[in-house]
Design a protein around this ligand. Structure first.
Ligand SMILES: [Zn+2]
Length: 77
């Protein structure tokens, strides 16, 4: 498999990897690829941070200023 095919394979599975719904064999492959590929590791980190923010957003009251910003961006979307 070429590098780019490896990357595509990994990126297609990043969501399932995070959700913990990936078969163990594929978890091993994705994990091994992330160890050696900075680009995919970045994508993995972005996904991880996004989820942490979303999770925190559910539990903690967002500051009013942020709420306004989100509401404004939703209104213009
Ligand atoms: Zn990669």
């Amino acid at each position: 498999m070429s590098d780019s095919e490896d990357c595509r394979y990994t990126l297609e599975r990043i969501f399932a990897f995070h959700d913990g719904v990936l078969p163990q064999a594929e978890v091993d492959e994705v994990g091994a690829h992330l160890m050696g590929c900075e680009g995919c590791l970045d994508a993995y980190e972005v996904e991880r941070v996004m989820r942490a923010v979303i999770k925190r957003g559910c539990n903690v009251e967002a500051p009013a200023s942020l709420r306004e910003k989100v509401r404004a961006s939703l209104a213009t979307a």
